[in-house]
Design a protein around this ligand. Sequence first.
Ligand SMILES: [Zn+2]
Length: 166
Amino acid sequence: MKTLTSKHLGSRAAFAMLFIWLLSGNATLARAQPRYALPLKSIRVTSGYGPRKHPLSGELRLHRGTDLAARSDSVHSILTGTVKTIGHHHQLGLYLITQHGELEITYGHLGDTWVHAGQKIYAGQQIARTGASGQVTGEHLHLSIRYRGRYLNPMRFLEKLVQNTH
Ligand SMILES: [Zn+2]
């Protein structure tokens, strides 16, 4: 008999496992700190997760994240964790990846970053400022979330986070 893993269980079960982990007081979460924060003070989706025509090339491609309207706004870390990478990519521009166990969050098209790789960060901490770096038609925050290497719909993730924490 094969061992059941999150791969066999599908995304619904993987999601459930992820939230059990998130809410079980992962890492060194101090009680006074929030368990999560929204990345921007106001959330307005300008381009959702899924297949779309690329705004510049016109090619049909899978958008592996969600674009949020922003204007030189503070970016807050969604979860407590560690800064994994800060880098520059020709499409994504200045980007920052944070790590939370097996979950990774990418913030792209940034204007500036206020943390360094390896730094411990807490949920709600200001980690960057939005910008228009990389290939963009206008300023926005590109947000993508990967769990065990698989991309999740960021808005679905945020909705679940809010639902499961209240
Ligand atoms: Zn995007």
